[in-house]
Unconditional design. Structure first.
Ligand code: SF4
Length: 151
């Protein structure tokens, strides 16, 4: 890894077209270049890792946030009313396992997402305070998680 510190990054922030609508939300080239100087950027999309297709219906956590989904007291429901909690949990555990195996201590995740939200998720289309499922699990394992807003 050429002495660079590995950092997990939401794949859509690195230009991968993995968002629910098939789009991407890339960081600016300047920010990506700056990050690359000291870090090895590892793109992950927990929702694709969990087996969901792209594009896919929009999803929201129906109450609380990622903590409740991990406890089993809230669900992730897509816009067609389908419960996709298991897929998001599968993706979250894969990312968390990878972070543990590679001793990753920092992640940069896309805010607002039911998987990657750091400070906010969305409910009925509007931002509310809370963390996504993957971010909750990473933090629980001691990984520092920041969002694109912190760069
Ligand atoms: S799950 Fe995360 S990485 Fe994948 S598209 Fe949503 S915000 Fe981006």
């Amino acid at each position: 890894m050429q002495g660079k510190r590995p950092v997990i990054v939401s794949a859509c922030l690195l230009g991968f077209s993995c968002r629910y609508d098939g789009g991407t939300k890339p960081l600016s080239e300047e920010v990506i270049e700056r990050l690359k100087r000291g870090h090895l950027l590892i793109p992950v999309c927990p929702e694709q890792l969990g087996g969901l297709p792209t594009p896919r219906p929009k999803m929201e956590i129906n109450q609380g946030d990622g903590k409740e989904v991990l406890k089993g007291t809230a669900q992730v429901i897509d816009e067609n009313g389908k419960d996709t909690s298991q897929a998001l949990l599968r993706g979250a555990y894969q990312v968390a396992r990878y972070a543990k195996e590679h001793e990753i201590v920092l992640a940069i995740m896309k805010d607002g997402s039911p998987s990657c939200g750091v400070y906010t998720i969305r409910r009925r289309g509007a931002p509310v305070e809370g963390m996504g499922v993957t971010v909750t699990l990473l933090k629980r394992q001691g990984v520092k998680v920041i969002s694109e807003e912190d760069l």
